[in-house]
Design a protein. Structure first.
Length: 527
């Protein structure tokens, strides 16, 4: 038997032994993962290829980005590339065209603060200095694969939200300031919380301050704290939010409403990491990360003089834009189902759970939802609680909400995702969501799936695709069915995707597919 471990003498560019390459290593942890390596150093390309192949990955190598082609080869799940400042933007752009959700790692000989900052701004997952320990790279990759499945948001099909959510692990690992923009109700605080939970500060406090809800006379004391006797009523010293969040994250919601006087003091916190209590005479060092959010146009506020330009630039190091729900209509049905299932589970409704019928889905899709996700969540929660017992489907009449006729888009008959008319009689199987909010792949009738990949009819928990690649567990819970594929191929893709979803647990996969374990083994080993 050929030994797939990397010989120690081949690791001259590394500073340690690759994790998983020792005696008694477990199963190939990168099985089904496609990796692209682009680097000018032959030895490094060779060593990385051996490293990833020893862990079960499919690896392609190239000297430069222009020599790779997408034709005939699957789009990679991740790429490891050489950092070159001049060509980095083009490299990232080309890789994103191959797969918009790709993990991109850069290798550099001198990755200082500015290079790292620029790499993150380009959308690079991480940048490592050569030489590096293989286990450091592998640990980073594992963390990202787990992070993409560990978000507290339901998976969504719209490309704009996929891209926004996929940046979160990269943004979280850095310690730069973050500015989240978007209309009220788009989920800015949820995103801020996800960034905190995915960061190295996750065990420390996450403190929210609504800058628009605190009177101007109190906001300074609320943020910075005060000393005893600082003002009438200050009978004792009090720590402010910045001190209370030591080691963690402060989320400043509606930062655009912060008074100019406090903006000056916040700027000092960002620049010097120091605060001064009201009535205090000494500066106190603080170790915090600032995430700010706003529903107003801060650039316009800067032009009007109501927001400091230097503070805007300090906060806007990394930006996340949350699109309104009306611009991602393909997410509406999945979000509606998610909140219905969540509420049904909380009120202990016996499954199968009733879901919106065709007319109800059509209305939900055409409504512009001025209150965005928050409004949709509240409507679905109220619907689930007040629904008459025994209902098998939810009709428009069952929704206790008055839809504004002026906010309903013109009627359409084609799917917002696939531009195809949904097949008649398509129904979903309802399972209670897991603790992580994930659904399960429960459809086994694949006769209608050959040309349809609308998640509404294929799976309950989805967020994107890697063409026809095997799926990374928790990252992409559906497969793409190309026109003309045989039923045997479609069946095998469904089996592989379900195995990825269960982490290789064949008994659980067989249960989800509604077949016996023996049948599953036979299909996996036809010979």
């Amino acid at each position: 038997m050929t030994d797939s471990r990397i010989p120690q003498q081949d690791l001259s560019l590394f500073t340690g032994k690759p994790a998983g390459a020792g005696e008694g290593a477990g199963p190939p942890v990168f099985a089904g993962i496609s990796i692209l390596i682009i680097h000018s150093m032959t030895a490094l390309r060779h060593n990385l290829k051996r490293l990833f192949e020893s862990l079960g990955a499919e690896v392609n190598v190239s000297e430069d980005i222009h020599s790779i082609t997408a034709g005939g080869q699957p789009a990679p799940h991740l790429a490891v590339c050489e950092w070159q400042a001049d060509s980095a933007p083009e490299t990232v752009q080309i890789l994103r065209r191959l797969n918009s959700a790709m993990l991109i790692y850069m290798l550099s000989k001198d990755a200082d603060y500015e290079i790292t900052r620029r790499a993150f701004q380009l959308g690079v997952t991480d940048i490592l200095n050569i030489p590096f320990k293989p286990e450091a790279l592998l640990s980073n990759i594992f963390q990202n694969l787990r992070s993409t499945q560990g978000l507290i948001l339901p998976d969504v099909p719209s490309k704009v939200m996929q891209e926004a959510l996929f940046t979160l692990p990269r943004i979280a690992r850095s310690d730069f300031n973050v500015l989240i923009t978007g209309e009220t109700g788009t989920g800015k605080e949820l995103i801020a919380r996800a960034v905190h939970d995915l960061s190295g500060r996750s065990e420390a406090p996450f403190i929210t301050v609504n800058c628009g809800a605190i009177p101007e006379t109190l906001i300074e004391s609320e943020l910075f704290g005060h000393e005893r006797g600082a003002f009438t009523g200050a009978v004792s010293a009090r720590r402010g939010k910045f001190e209370l969040a030591e080691g963690g994250t402060v989320f400043l919601d509606e930062i655009g409403d912060m008074p100019l006087k406090e903006q000056v003091k916040l700027l000092r916190v960002l620049e010097e990491h120091k605060i001064e209590r009201v009535g205090g005479e000494k500066s106190l060092a603080v170790n915090i990360r600032i995430i700010a959010a706003t529903s107003v146009n801060l650039e316009e506020a800067v032009r009007k003089g109501s927001f400091r330009e230097d503070l805007f630039f300090r906060l806007n190091t990394l930006n996340i834009t949350m699109p309104p729900l009306r611009e991602r209509a393909e997410d509406i049905i999945l979000l509606a189902r998610h909140y219905l299932k969540k509420t049904f589970t909380e009120i202990r409704t016996v499954p199968p759970y009733p879901m919106p019928d065709d007319a109800c889905r059509d209305l939900l899709m055409r409504y512009t939802w001025p209150g965005n996700v928050r409004e949709l969540r509240n409507v679905m929660t109220r619907t689930a609680i007040l629904l008459n017992p025994g209902r098998r489907e939810i009709s428009v009449a069952d929704i206790p909400y008055r839809f504004d006729p002026e906010k309903i888009r013109p009627h359409h008959t084609r799917s917002a995702v696939t531009n195809e008319t949904p097949p008649a009689g398509t129904r979903e199987t309802h399972n209670p969501p897991s603790a992580a909010g994930e659904g399960a792949f429960t459809r086994t009738d694949l006769t209608q799936q050959n040309r349809i990949y609308n998640r509404e009819y294929l799976s309950e928990n989805n967020s994107g695709k890697y063409n026809s690649l095997p799926e990374v567990r928790g990252q992409r819970d559906y497969v793409y069915i190309a026109p003309g594929e045989t039923m045997a191929d479609i069946e095998m893709k469904a089996i592989r995707m379900t195995l990825a979803h269960t982490g290789g647990n064949k008994s659980e996969a067989a249960r989800l597919l509604n077949i016996s374990t023996r049948t599953l083994h036979r299909k996996l080993n036809p010979d």
